[in-house]
Design a protein around this ligand. Structure first.
Ligand code: ATP
Ligand code: MN
Length: 447
């Protein structure tokens, strides 16, 4: 017999014989009966177990196997409960010590007990939504014929990130001769799989990566992690317009997938984390994203009835306060900003005919700001060579990237989505450290 999860047991019929496995959430001892709520993470709901008398060592946190049959439940939260014939305590748990004995803990405290926090309602729900979103990601791209590829975690090019990269080394001292290092040169943890994805798109047409990326930026914000997961589609024979279309459809697909498959968890978030979440998410699905060119966005920000901490001028990079104003207050929905000044974007973004801006797009969403950054890539060899010089980069470092423009170059475009920011967007959670099981941020790598 296949082991049944609590989610499935709760959908069973009266008289079904079942065996349940899980961890005790609460125990109520009454004179003749004991009521136990158990949870196995398959659903937010607990399974109520009713047994005669009591069992030694039954306590919150203990793991159990329960045999019995289903009976109609008088409770309003579930239609069936488990009338136990046998209750086995598999692993005991000392109630005097168990940190989750108390019902409510701050998210900050829970981060310090990352080995136990998946047993809380909130973290369980986050993990189930995260799982659904990663499955939705594969569904979306696979349905459209994109190939899923893995790009290296260790990279020899420090092209994009500059000072934001973690060095990977087996040398005694970081100052030792890099030619004596493991790979014979300096290597780093990747900040993005984009350049490699471009190689693959220039042969396999449409591809996507979904893997870990690392940034050593010392940003102690609620939207940055030192290790995060990024989804990076790259499409050949594609321009900025099709890139934006793909990104909008992908975000909408993920949100509708979660609304359909994580209804119970999203209702929980709507009730306890962000009031109005379900309405906000339905709006994301139902209404087209706004579009504003960067130059126009600067005018809007200058006229905003609001003082920003950082002033805005044409040519400055937008801060998250600006991004949030545009999405949250001005558009009141996701907005795609396009055509940024070349000087604040990466060298590989395609130059626009005006000579000042590039074919870049960022998607900004309420509460978070930037969730996606993308662009059409520069496919013209001469323009790219000039860009590399203007950015004072070393041409030799990009020999293969330049050769792609020499041998059958093709217009192509792609974007990067920070997966944990998507989890925040869909759950309404406030801090990115609660959107991943084992967050890495400055000063924190315990688990
Ligand atoms: P930001 O300006 O918010 O720091 P960025 O412009 O540096 O982001 P990109 O290099 O464009 O980010 O990366 C693509 C996407 O990856 C971003 O849109 C964002 O969703 C996500 N992302 C970037 N940095 C982080 C980080 N440190 N932690 C989590 N997600 C991140
Ligand atoms: Mn960006």
């Amino acid at each position: 017999m296949q082991k049944k999860k609590i989610k499935e047991i709760l959908q069973g019929k009266v008289d079904d014989k079942v065996t349940a496995h899980g961890w005790v959430r609460t125990v109520r001892d009454q004179k003749t009966f004991t009521f136990i709520e158990i949870n196995d993470g398959s659903t937010l709901k607990n399974l109520q177990v009713v047994m005669d008398g009591n069992v030694p060592n039954l306590a919150t946190g203990a793991s159990l196997i329960v045999h019995g049959h289903l009976v109609e439940s008088p409770g309003k939260n579930q239609s069936v409960e488990l009338r136990a014939s046998e209750v086995h305590v598999i692993g005991t748990c000392d109630p005097a010590k168990y940190p989750l004995q108390k019902k409510r803990h701050s998210f900050e405290y829970l981060r310090t007990i990352a080995h136990l926090r998946p047993r809380t309602n909130t973290q369980g729900a986050v993990m189930r939504v995260r799982n659904a979103l990663s499955f939705a990601t594969h569904l979306f791209f696979q349905q459209r014929g994109f190939l899923y590829l893995q790009t290296p975690v260790i990279t020899g090019s420090d092209c994009e990130g500059g000072g934001e990269m973690f060095r990977v080394s087996t040398l005694e001292k970081p100052t030792d001769d890099p030619s004596k290092d493991f790979f014979g040169k300096k290597t780093y943890l990747t900040v993005s799989g984009q350049l490699e994805a471009e190689i693959m798109a220039c042969a396999l047409s449409d591809v996507y990566t979904f893997g870990p990326t690392f940034r050593a930026e010392n940003s102690n914000t609620s939207r940055h992690l030192a290790e995060f997961w990024m989804i990076e589609p790259e499409m050949a024979f594609a321009d900025l317009k099709s890139d934006m279309k793909c990104a909008e459809e992908y975000l909408k697909f993920c949100v509708s997938y979660a609304l359909e498959h994580c209804a119970e968890d999203l209702e929980f978030f709507d009730k306890f984390i962000e009031q109005g979440l379900l309405v906000r998410l339905q709006n994301v699905v139902d209404s087209p994203f706004a579009h504003i060119p960067y130059t126009e966005a600067i005018e809007i920000l200058k006229k905003a009835p609001k003082t920003f901490e950082f002033p805005v001028n044409w040519g400055t990079d937008l801060q998250s306060e600006h991004e949030r104003y545009l999405a949250e207050e001005y558009c009141k929905k996701p907005v795609i900003l396009t055509d940024y000044p070349a000087s604040i974007k990466a060298f590989y973004m395609r130059s626009n005919p005006d000579g000042k801006t590039v074919a870049a797009m960022d998607i900004l969403v309420p509460k978070i700001g930037e969730i996606i950054g993308g662009s059409q890539r520069e496919e013209r060899l001469d323009v790219l060579e000039k860009k590399i010089e203007d950015f004072r980069l070393n041409k030799q470092d990009y020999w293969w990237y330049l050769e792609l423009r020499e041998y059958g170059s093709v217009p192509h475009a792609g974007f990067g989505l920070g997966f944990e920011r998507l989890v925040l967007f869909v759950t309404g959670m406030e801090n990115i450290r609660d959107a991943i099981a084992f967050p890495r941020f400055p000063g924190h790598a315990e688990f």
